[in-house]
Design a protein around this ligand. Structure first.
Ligand SMILES: *Cc1c(COP(=O)(O)O)cnc(C)c1O
Length: 375
């Protein structure tokens, strides 16, 4: 049975062009980038080319990009690295209630070390309230970390306004842009972002590779100690093939941005129109449709149970995700859906459908026909 993959916010299939670019660095070009002979230098050159590709997509300098082992590590490095280095100036961090666990759990762990965290609310559309942000600022605030776009409901935060507020109080601004990268244009200089996290596997590169953009003026304490790779910001022999893949994926994203966004929006709009036609009055859409990633549909279905729905859809070859995170057999209701204050029955019946350029209208028809039968 053909798999219909509608879970592109969980991970994406590696792009053929990306894989082709990586293969030499998994086979013949296996040199350690720190080695002085030409086999090593070739790896080093490939890394620097990728760094330039990532920098171009974000509009920053090449030496402001640091490669990591993924989005989670980039988030940890940005937040822990920043507050450890700057704790003399204060111990207060502001973030939101709808962040990815890579941010929320990092903040929780810092709370245990004596840092103070404010988790600000979002409104019912899933957007932070700028008045709340400003009200939560204290003399001890040193860092604001607000995600660019949410992984569950796709809502996009007002980055430029957040950056303005942060800088008017001399506070650094980090954003987890893992979901946003490739799905919306982000110009770090124009917006005024000080640090930004990205992850390869959310944009057609492999799992286990990520990057942190860090403005030159921002100082961090390194959190992975060891060798002096990445200008002594992150120890560990470079994942050359992964880095090359991430660079290529960023180059493709940069080149295809407008077309890609148009494609995903077309699929999303078609899906919503078709849902309204086939199961009218049976579902609600979670989060605003205005400021939202182009490929995200998150709906709650009257009377349904999301995990049962997911297993039933899986039986006919369809991959979607639920509003709840499952780990080791336990399901935790989504903190994001809680934060937008939908009733519990809608939290338990929420499913997330996220598209890629590989999806088709026929797949959406097949999905909705089956969904209708199941519910
Ligand atoms: C997936 C994701 C991460 C984690 O990235 P990994 O590379 O899987 O560690 C962090 N933040 C957001 C918003 C994500 O969607």
């Amino acid at each position: 049975m053909k798999v219909i993959y509608f879970d592109n916010s969980a991970t994406t299939r590696i792009k053929t062009e990306v894989l082709d670019e990586m293969i030499p660095f998994l086979t013949s070009e296996y040199g350690n980038a720190s080695s002085l002979y030409s086999l090593g230098r070739k790896s080093k050159q490939a890394i620097e080319k990728a760094r330039a590709q990532v920098a171009k997509l974000l509009n920053c300098d090449q030496d402001e990009i640091f490669f990591t082992a993924g989005g989670s590590e980039s988030d940890n490095l940005a937040i822990k690295g920043f507050v450890y280095e700057n704790k003399k100036r204060g111990n207060h961090i502001i973030t939101s209630k709808i962040e990815h666990p890579a941010i929320i759990e990092t903040c929780r762990s810092l709370e245990k070390e004596g840092f103070e965290i404010s988790y600000i609310d979002v409104d019912e559309s899933g957007i932070i309230k700028l008045e709340d942000l400003e009200k939560s600022i204290k003399p001890s605030t040193i860092l604001i970390s607000i995600m660019s776009a949410n992984n569950e409901i796709g809502t996009i935060q007002p980055l430029e306004k957040i950056a303005k507020i942060a800088h008017s109080y001399n506070i650094a601004f980090h954003t987890d842009a893992v979901q946003a990268i490739g799905n919306m244009p982000i110009d770090v200089k124009k917006i005024g972002i000080d640090m930004l996290s990205i992850s390869g596997h959310k944009l057609g590169a492999p799992k286990g590779i990520g990057a942190l953009y860090k403005k030159n003026e921002i100082k961090l304490k390194k959190i992975v100690d060891g060798g002096h790779q990445e200008k002594d910001m992150r120890a560990g022999t470079e994942n050359v093939a992964g880095i090359v893949g991430l660079g290529k994926a960023c180059e493709i994203a940069d080149r295809n941005m407008e077309k890609h966004i148009r494609n995903l929006k077309r699929l999303r709009d078609y899906c919503i129109i078709k849902l309204k036609k086939e199961i009218p009055n049976r579902f609600i859409i979670n989060g605003t449709l205005e400021e939202r990633l182009p490929g995200n549909v998150n709906i709650s279905i009257e009377g349904a149970n999301a995990s049962k729905l997911i297993y039933k859809l899986d039986e006919v070859g369809i991959c979607v995700s639920s509003g709840s995170a499952c780990s080791s057999g336990n399901t935790f209701p989504s903190h994001v859906l809680k934060a937008i204050k939908i009733p519990q029955k809608y939290i338990d019946s929420a499913i997330r459908i996220t598209f890629s350029e590989n999806n088709t209208f026929e797949e959406i028809d097949y999905f909705i026909n089956n969904l209708k039968k199941i519910i």
